[in-house]
Ligand binder design. Structure first.
Ligand code: TYC
Length: 112
């Protein structure tokens, strides 16, 4: 960035003959990703509720409502995270479901 000596945020310190400017770093919040759970005809409802409680820290009420939203609408957002965390959660859910012989799937998409 350009240092503007008239901008009070660009605070100047003088050390003998040398002027240095300390400026706030310009940080952007990281892009966020939704983890989306998909409906299927075979995964038992109580298994989906257990998954939502285990991987998305939902209580029984939240996980039941989310499971029913997926069941009736085809999909629902179960959490919004930074990219690495969203990818990890989606992989963990798919692997756990696979280990339990259920076809449950999750995907991720960039948040608006
Ligand atoms: N549709 C499934 C059933 O009738 C239940 C289900 C809900 C499956 C949500 C997947 O993400 C899901 N057993």
């Amino acid at each position: 960035m350009t240092v503007n000596p008239l901008n009070p945020e660009h605070f100047e310190q003088y050390d003998d003959d040398v002027a240095t400017a300390s400026v706030k770093p310009e940080l952007q919040p990281p892009p966020m990703y939704r983890v989306i759970m998909l409906n299927d005809d075979y995964t038992p409802m109580d298994f989906v509720v257990e998954v939502l409680e285990t991987f998305f820290a939902m209580n029984r009420e939240q996980s039941t409502q989310t499971m029913l939203a997926v069941h009736h609408q085809g999909q629902a957002v179960c959490g919004i995270y930074t990219r690495d965390i969203a990818e990890t959660k989606a992989h963990q859910v798919i692997q756990y479901a696979r280990d339990c012989n259920h076809p449950l799937l999750c995907e991720i998409e960039k948040d608006a």
